[in-house]
Design a protein around this ligand. Structure first.
Ligand SMILES: Nc1ncnc2c1ncn2[C@@H]1O[C@H](COP(=O)(O)OP(=O)(O)OP(=O)(O)O)[C@@H](O)[C@H]1O
Length: 231
């Protein structure tokens, strides 16, 4: 469960990026976070990862109050969260297997556990046969699958995706969304920030729309909606 309680963020330059956000996301939900550029979506996500602190208010993620997580505990807290990005962020000098294994090494998983989990998640994303290849030898969709495997390998409760289809053609984007949907159906909470209107409208999931730092819409089975559509 994710809870924002009266959360505001004012950056040093006095930009108010989020203004009194109150929202609850239940375990197992699939939520799209939409809104124009500069609306505050990245700020929302960075707070969940404890990359930045709220100026006021508090956040709770799976019973952990983030303000109580000490600096040295942050890496352990982040194990609860898998993260995927538009630009994949794979390590170019490591092959597929090693990219995924690396995420387990940094949290000091045992070699035995690594040998068990990595093939399991590579199979889940359909890349078992490409485990020796390097990121530069893979298509964009395959690279995103590797990054999804890496996000899932430590068995997180929440998957956060920041514009995960932004660099993919529509067909590949559709395949990646089907994979993320399956992951959600298996129980992982998904929060996805996106500008991909078609995807949001096709999937009929909860949509939280942010504008100028405020939640302007929060609908179950929502739509992307943009005002210009109706002009
Ligand atoms: N580190 C920072 N310092 C100062 N202002 C910032 C900082 N990061 C973001 N902002 C400002 O906060 C506001 C919200 O930015 P944010 O990056 O959260 O928007 P966004 O919805 O993620 O946009 P996009 O869709 O373009 O990624 C913007 O006005 C931005 O300029």
């Amino acid at each position: 469960m994710i809870e924002f309680k009266n959360v505001s963020k004012v950056y040093n330059n006095n930009v108010k990026a989020l203004n009194d956000i109150n929202v609850t996301i239940e375990r197992g939900e699939f939520v799209f976070l939409v809104g124009p550029s500069g609306a505050g979506k990245s700020t929302f996500i960075k707070m969940l990862l404890k990359e930045i602190e709220p100026s006021t208010g508090s956040l709770v993620v799976n019973s952990t109050t983030l303000s109580e997580v000490k600096r040295r505990e942050v890496p352990y807290y982040r194990r609860k969260i898998g993260m995927i990005f538009q630009d994949f962020r794979l390590i170019p000098t490591l092959n597929v297997y090693e990219n995924v294994a690396f995420a387990m090494r940094v949290v000091e998983a045992s070699p035995k556990e690594i040998r068990k989990r990595v093939p399991m998640v590579l199979s889940l994303v359909g890349l078992s046969h490409k485990y020796k290849m390097f990121p530069s030898e893979l298509s964009g969709g395959e690279q995103q699958r590797v990054s999804i495997a890496r996000a899932l390998v430590n068995n997180p409760q929440v998957l956060i995706a920041d514009e995960p289809t932004g660099n993919l053609d529509p067909e590949t984007a559709h395949e990646i969304m089907a994979l993320i949907d399956d992951i959600n159906k298996a129980g992982t909470t998904v929060l996805m920030a996106t500008h991909a209107k078609e995807i949001v409208n096709n999937m009929k999931k909860r949509v939280i729309a942010i504008e100028k730092g405020e939640i302007v819409r929060d609908e179950k089975r929502g739509r992307y909606e943009d005002e210009n559509e109706y002009i």
